[in-house]
Design a protein around this ligand. Structure first.
Ligand SMILES: Cc1ncc(COP(=O)(O)O)c(C=O)c1O
Length: 324
């Protein structure tokens, strides 16, 4: 999947993103620990979604849409970055959001419903429909209703799924994996936060057949996610004409660091934020990258990691300012 882009693409982010060693933590943990700075993608406060958006906006322009609709948690980083991308191309943008959409049991959380990513969405002029907490299914229905309302007003609407996890999103992260391969000698392992799936799916595809293991640390308590990653990989396989045929067992996925649930900071994650900030001066976010870094630190202390490790920082730091 290297070579000319397979899908229409726009330029949104600064790339390659920086890669550097974490000297103090390497010494403390007895690892050769590096960090891939997708928090510094340089678009709308950075983060992993910028890579996916280069292809999703490419598709939006190719289809000549006038409006884009998506959904997510109220502090969704994807909603923020997609809103900014739509501003850039003069496309109307709407999102249905819930403070804490849930799959299993509703849980209590403490994140602001006006600050952080929501404030940025408001500044971007996004049409955000805030719903009371409910199930993911209810959130998807609300997004579909919003898209229908837009159509009834004459808009040509592009509905983008949660987190931009489409084959294009996975393709963007497959290219990102190749970017890392060109930047440095091979790593034994790459560790990344995993949620809607296209980040982990694309990276897993990029490192397939190499000596690098890709470990996704779950941010949602959904053990069957690898099934969805495999389905996404199969869709990309057929579009790209590749034949990787990944199954759920090809995805290394660790559910031990989710904490109380999706969208809720965990104690271990908050301590991981403090560790990286105090040892290296780098900030993580409270919902995704902190949980992944908590996993990395804990597994390193238990001797469960190989020596040369790269932590893929996926951004999300505006959500820090939504913490109450
Ligand atoms: C900061 C951050 N890290 C990681 C992820 C997970 O990426 P994906 O949804 O592709 O699994 C997200 C998704 O929302 C995110 O915002």
């Amino acid at each position: 999947m290297a070579g000319a882009p397979l899908f229409p693409k726009v330029d949104l982010i600064l790339q390659p993103t920086p890669l550097h060693r974490l000297d103090r933590l390497s010494e403390e943990l007895g690892l050769d620990l590096w960090i891939k700075r997708d928090d510094l993608t340089g678009f709308a406060f950075g983060g992993n979604k910028g890579r996916k958006l280069e292809y999703l906006m490419g598709e939006a322009l190719a289809r000549r849409v006038t409006a884009v609709v998506t959904c997510g948690g109220a502090q969704s980083n994807f909603v923020r970055q997609l809103a900014a991308a739509c501003s850039r191309f003069g496309i109307k943008f709407g999102a249905a959001v819930m403070p804490l959409p849930y799959e299993f049991e509703p849980i209590l959380g403490k994140m602001s419903s006006s600050n952080g990513n929501l404030l940025l969405g408001e500044l971007l002029g996004a049409d955000i429909r805030m719903l009371p907490n409910g199930t993911w299914e209810e959130l998807f229905v609300a997004a579909a209703t919003m898209a229908e309302d837009y159509r009834n007003c004459g808009e040509v609407v592009f509905e983008i799924p949660l987190g931009g996890s489409t084959p294009q999103g996975a393709y963007a992260f497959c290219q990102a994996g190749f970017e890392l391969q060109e930047q440095a000698d091979p790593f034994d392992m790459v560790v990344v936060a995993s949620s809607s799936g296209s980040t982990q799916t694309g990276l897993t595809m990029a490192f397939r057949g190499t000596s690098t293991r890709l470990l996704g640390i779950a941010c949602d308590p959904e053990p069957d996610m690898p099934e969805e990653f495999a389905a996404l990989a199969a869709q990309l396989d057929s579009l790209a004409g590749t034949n990787l045929r990944l199954t759920r067992d090809d995805f290394e996925f660790n559910l031990d660091y989710v904490g109380p649930g999706y969208g809720v900071p965990s104690e271990g994650g908050m301590n991981a934020i403090r560790t990286l900030a105090q040892k290296e001066g780098i900030f993580l976010d409270p919902i995704y990258s902190s949980k992944a870094f908590h996993g990395l630190l804990d597994m390193a202390k238990k001797g469960e990691l190989p020596h040369r490790v790269c932590f893929w920082h996926t951004g999300g730091t505006p959500a820090l300012f939504a913490m109450e």
